[in-house]
Ligand binder design. Structure first.
Ligand code: ADP
Ligand code: MG
Length: 511
């Protein structure tokens, strides 16, 4: 039988007959290649539907001819993960059914237009035994032995939980806050990549991972995504996701009820991954900080992943014990900045697609241009528009959107904070926000720091000592001289003036 004839007959019923390579020809038309790919994907998907969708939402199939399998990945992490844990199965299936040896050819493309996971459904594949590597893995790295597994059309049996004492209760996870639904752009790239690595998705794992950024920029989304991903990949891992506020409440309750032993065991022993949201709310709570410090040490020493989010950099955390601040900097501090226009457009598109909201023409762009503060507000605007349009039975077109946004005032520039200005200045000068609060006196960093101090002084009602503290605990006289220096450069140096005007435009003070 020729490859063509074979592929035309490649219905689920015979999809698992492993053809002998000698029977098959050496080439495959692109249509047959695509059919073979669809079958291979169906087989692979059946083995792990939940994680399949998550990972394959970041992969696009570009063609399969003459053994060359062309794939596109949203980023390097996705490529590596697929390569390590899915490609062996896919390639084995394709090799067995076409007789061709499989050569993957990858392209990295942040904007996939046909992700594999977007296909509505895959034909079921009958059971067959095939020798493949197990996936998803228990650990991100290490040599894995080939094992024999049986794939089946029936849903895979639920994972058998490891017998152990109950972990700490987990706060509810938003099912939509997955990596697949997170739009990656320059403003959140590092935090996203580090979160994927923390979840075991490849790349260097940092412990702890400290994610910081302004409100509504996706910190909680990333932490939920880590929890989903770990749960998916290592169902028996004991994940504790808790807000710092709830940690405080539980601690106080445990003290009152004299159940400290249980509380301690929950956070120090019965936990494989600790995710603590909004750590800044431990400010001033010295006893809880002490307790958290010991939990941190115990988990860190046993190599358990810790991820913490905060609205400030560790050095800027108020009323936080120095030893905790220093531990937060042991691993990686990854910041998230306000998304730039292209990312805002992509986020609106993604949300509209998730919520089945139809937007006409340039509406996406208009919303993204008008609502610039944070993602939560972008989302809120979209949901409000959709709700009102559906109540009035109107389409979400440009006229409707303009009117609604103007009426709701979502487009009005928000009151910026010191952190917003710092983030914006760093973005403008392509620095890391941490540089502004560091001791680094390199000329370009010092200049950006002075500009940021100047803008803060101009726009916010902060005193010089307050600003000194917000810029890495500097003396107020340093801030005074920085502000004076920028003032005088503004009138004498056109380049400095251009930088300031660009920044002020971004801060919404000119339009
Ligand atoms: P934070 O914890 O930083 O205050 P959240 O994680 O709660 O912010 O994010 C606010 C909202 O914006 C959530 O609904 C989240 O899903 C969404 N969001 C934030 N960043 C992104 C992103 N990059 N892609 C998609 N949605 C995002
Ligand atoms: Mg949050």
């Amino acid at each position: 039988m020729t490859v063509q004839a074979r592929m035309q007959n490649l219905e689920p019923s015979d999809a698992h007959d492993v053809a002998s390579p000698s029977v098959l020809g050496a080439t495959l038309s692109s249509a047959d290649g695509e059919r073979a790919w669809i079958q291979a994907v169906a087989f692979t998907r059946d083995r792990s539907p939940a994680s399949f969708d998550q990972w394959f939402s970041g992969v696009q199939f570009d063609g399969f001819t003459d053994g060359v399998l062309s794939l596109r990945a949203r980023d390097e992490f996705v490529r590596q993960w697929i390569e390590n844990y899915y490609l062996p199965t896919l390639s084995e299936w394709l090799r067995a059914h076409t007789g061709l040896s499989i050569q993957p050819r990858w392209t990295i493309d942040v904007a996939l237009d046909r992700p594999v996971a977007d296909r509505p459904s895959y034909p079921p594949v009958r059971p067959r035994t095939i020798s493949v590597r197990p996936f998803p893995p228990d650990e991100p790295s290490g040599v894995r032995e080939a094992v024999s597994v049986t794939a089946s059309t029936a849903p895979p049996p639920p994972p058998v939980p490891r017998i152990h004492s109950a972990p700490a209760p987990m706060e509810a996870l938003n099912p939509k806050s997955t990596f697949g639904n997170f739009v990656v752009g320059p403003s959140n790239q590092l935090a996203h990549a580090a979160s994927m690595a923390a979840a075991g998705g490849g790349g260097r794992r940092h412990n702890p991972l400290f994610i910081c950024g302004g409100t509504g920029l996706g910190k909680t989304h990333l932490v939920h995504a880590i929890a989903h991903s770990v749960r998916d990949v290592r169902p028996d891992a004991r994940i504790v996701y808790i807000s710092a506020e709830r940690f405080v409440n539980e601690f106080v309750q445990a003290l009152q009820d004299q159940k400290m032993n249980d509380f301690r065991a929950r956070y120090r022993e019965r936990c494989d991954v600790l995710l603590v949201d909004d750590i800044h709310s431990l400010a001033g709570k010295t006893q809880t900080q002490e307790e958290f410090f010991h939990a941190f040490n115990a988990l860190h020493q046993s190599g358990k992943q810790i991820v913490v989010t905060s609205d400030k950099y560790p050095q800027q955390l108020d009323k936080m014990e120095e030893r905790l601040v220093s531990r937060f900097q042991w691993g990686l501090v990854a910041d998230i900045q306000a998304p730039e226009l292209e990312t805002r457009v992509a986020i609106i598109r993604k949300k509209a697609q998730l919520e089945h909201i139809e937007l006409e023409g340039d509406v996406c762009l208009h919303i993204a241009q008008t609502v610039r503060s944070n993602v939560r507000e972008l989302e809120g605007t979209l949901i409000r528009l959709a709700a009102k349009a559906s109540l009035l039975g109107k389409p979400i077109d440009m006229a409707f959107t303009r009117l609604e946004i103007a009426a709701s005032g979502s487009g009005r520039p928000n009151e910026a904070s010191v952190e917003d200005i710092q983030r914006m200045v760093c973005h403008h000068f392509k620095l890391r926000s941490i540089d502004l609060v560091s001791k680094d006196r390199h000329k370009s960093i010092a200049f950006a720091r002075h500009v940021a101090m100047y803008l803060c002084k101009q726009r916010l009602k902060c005193s010089f000592p307050e600003l000194g503290r917000a810029f890495g605990n500097r003396d107020h006289t340093t801030v005074i001289s920085a502000v004076r220096k920028v003032e005088s450069l503004r009138s004498s140096d056109p380049e400095v003036r251009a930088h300031l005007e660009a920044l002020e435009r971004k801060l919404g003070s000119i339009e």
